[in-house]
Each structure stands twice: as C-alpha cells, then as structure tokens.
Write a protein that binds this ligand. Structure first.
Ligand SMILES: [Fe+2]
Ligand SMILES: [Fe+2]
Length: 350
C-alpha cells in the first residue's frame, strides 16, 4: 500500500511540478528580496494555506532536484503523504484502496443522505433525484388527424408487432430492451438543438436541457431494469443492431422533420405506458414476483426503503407519461410553425 501511495503521488508531482514551481518561485523571490526569511515564508504559508501547503512544498522539492534527491525525498516524505491521504486533503482512496491525487480538485466530496448515511452513487447525486408525479393522467392520447400524425401513429403501431412477437409477456425483458431505444430520441434532439444553438448564436429556450434530461431519465429506467433482468448474449446483439439503425434513422428524421420525430416519440411513450400497465397487471396477479425495488430506484425516485418492484414500475410509468406530454407538446409547437425555443421548455420535472 505504501508503495502505491508514494508511486501515485510521485507520478502526479513529477508531471505537474511546473505549475507548483511557479507558485513557489513567488515565495522564493520574496524571500531573496529580504522580505521574509525562508523559515518565516514557510510559517506564513502554513498559516495561510494550512496543511495543503505541505504537499505544494513537497512538489517543489521533487521538481527542482535530480532523480537521486527524489528517491531520498520519497522515503523522507512517505509518512507525510500517507497522513495527507488519510485526511483526504490532497488525495483520496478509491474503493480498491488506491490513492488518487486530487491535484485537479476533482475529488468527490462526502455526501450524506437525509438520514445521515453516506450517498453511495457516483452516477447521480441527491439533487438530481425527485418524486415522480404518479397523479399524471395516463390515458391522454393525441388523436392523429394530419397525414404526418397518422404516419407517426401507424409507424409506432407497426413497430409494436415484432416487439409483441419477440417478447410476448416477458415484461421485464421487454422493458429493459425498449429502454435502450427510448433513451435515444432525447439525446439526438438535445444534441441537434445544441448544434443549432451554436450555429445560430441563439438560446434554445431550455429545450436542450429538457431533452437531455429526458434521455438521462430513460437511461435511469434502463439502469433500474438491468438490476432485475440480465440481458442474454443475443439480446445484447439485438441492442447493438437496433441502436445502430435507430440512432441514425432518428438523427436523419429529426433533421428533416422535428415535428414528425417528436410525434413518433410521443406515440412511443404512449406504447411505453401501455407496456408498463401490463407489467403492473402481471405483478398484481402474481405472474411476476413483486421483489424489493432495486436500491438505485429507491434513491433516484426517493422511494421508501421498503419499496417494491410495483412501486418502481409505477414511477417509471409516470415518467413515460411525462415524456409523452413533452414530446406531443414539442410536435404541437412545430405544427404552429414555431421553433421550440419560442415556447418555454418543461424543465425541472426530472
Ligand atoms: Fe423509459
Ligand atoms: Fe419515456
């Protein structure tokens, strides 16, 4: 362990020595000008910057001397580095015990849950969690009237046929696979709006963020489902193929007609609500075991500690209803001949 600590810190110091040298050179200039004696400089810096100065000083020592000095210093300062690592001042330990230099100031702060226990996730933070609006109207449907709407509706209905044949009532597996697709439209839409904002020097009205949030939310649905169902090799292969086709198709479609793209997504979300309703039916009638909700779902949706799969699916279904409304709304904006940025984006739900 000691070797790991020292090697890790040494590497960081040798690579980054230039910057710390610049910091110290100011001090050296001051001391040679007779403003402060070296010992006074040390005391001053210690009092001003606390123990973190120990590491800065040590960096300077390493970067300014020959290799043999570095080896000697390594032994001399080993204890001090370990002490720093323990305090988490300039480095921290990863789960496998490796000490990582936090020279860039990106070390993870200790975050606690409301009940005082340590926050276990790196993939999302407490301020990104929320309570899903389960009171949302699940039965809303956009009646297709125009040719494009009918085309969107028929396309989604057509896509459902092979899905029904392939998965039948294996709703866990079905949900997991479909979430790999559901997380694509928001990312494509958000990315294209981002690029448009750059090209036109215009704000997006919050829509970039809203669509990227949707993509992230869908990905969290997937992260929840994979805790319950492990994909088989041929399912992974299917995801690869479907993603390759769907991403590119949706990308081109969004460029050609965002109006149609959002409408298709709106109808896809309506189908997702239907699928999760059937999933819940199978949980209620005992065909699918109502196991405890995955820990990631409990934290992400702020569910009670004893939440079950039924609770997790209920909040996921509410999310889908929200995505349905957002995407039909986006399509409606385009139908009115406007750009998305002209209407306020539905931010803050996720
Ligand atoms: Fe989803
Ligand atoms: Fe969705």
């Amino acid at each position: 362990m000691k070797h790991l600590v020292v090697r890790s810190v040494l590497r960081g110091l040798l690579v980054n020595g230039g910057r710390s040298g610049r910091y110290i050179s100011t001090v050296t200039a001051a001391s040679t000008a007779g403003v402060l004696k070296p010992t006074e400089v040390w005391t001053e810096l210690r009092s001003r910057y606390g123990t973190s100065f120990d590491v800065f000083y040590w960096r300077r020592m390493i970067s300014s001397n020959a290799t043999e000095t570095a080896v000697a210093e390594k032994l001399k300062t080993e204890k001090s580095v370990e002490k720093q690592a323990e305090k988490g001042v300039e480095s921290f330990k990863t789960s496998d015990g490796t000490v990582v230099s936090s020279y860039w100031g990106i070390s993870k702060p200790k975050i606690l849950r409301e009940d005082g226990t340590e926050w276990p996730w790196n993939c999302f933070m407490p301020w990104e969690t929320y309570r899903s609006n389960t009171a949302i109207d699940l039965s809303k449907h956009h009646v297709p009237k125009t040719f494009l709407d009918k085309f969107a509706y028929r396309t989604v209905k057509l896509l459902r046929v092979p899905t029904d044949i392939f998965f039948q009532r294996r709703y866990g597996c079905r949900a997991m696979m479909l979430e790999t697709v559901a997380a694509v439209p928001g990312m494509v839409g958000g990315m294209l709006l981002h690029l448009r904002s750059l090209r036109r020097f215009q704000q997006s009205g919050g829509w970039i963020k809203a669509l990227l949030e949707e993509a992230e939310n869908e990905r969290m649905h997937l992260m929840t489902m994979v805790e319950l169902v492990q994909p088989k090799w041929y399912e992974r292969l299917l995801v690869l193929a479907v993603q390759g086709v769907f991403f590119n198709a949706y990308f081109v479609l969004y460029l050609l007609s965002p109006k149609l793209a959002h409408r298709i997504t709106g109808y896809l979300e309506e189908e997702a609500i239907h699928s999760y309703t059937e999933f819940l039916k199978d949980i209620k009638n005992g065909k699918i075991e109502n196991v405890p909700a995955p820990a990631i779902a409990i934290d992400y949706w702020r569910l009670p500690k004893d939440a079950t799969l039924e609770d997790a699916i209920t909040v996921i279904r509410a999310d889908e209803a929200h995505h349905r409304d957002v995407n039909h709304f986006a399509s409606d904006i385009h139908y009115q001949g406007k750009e998305l940025r002209e209407a306020p984006a539905p931010l803050g739900y996720h």
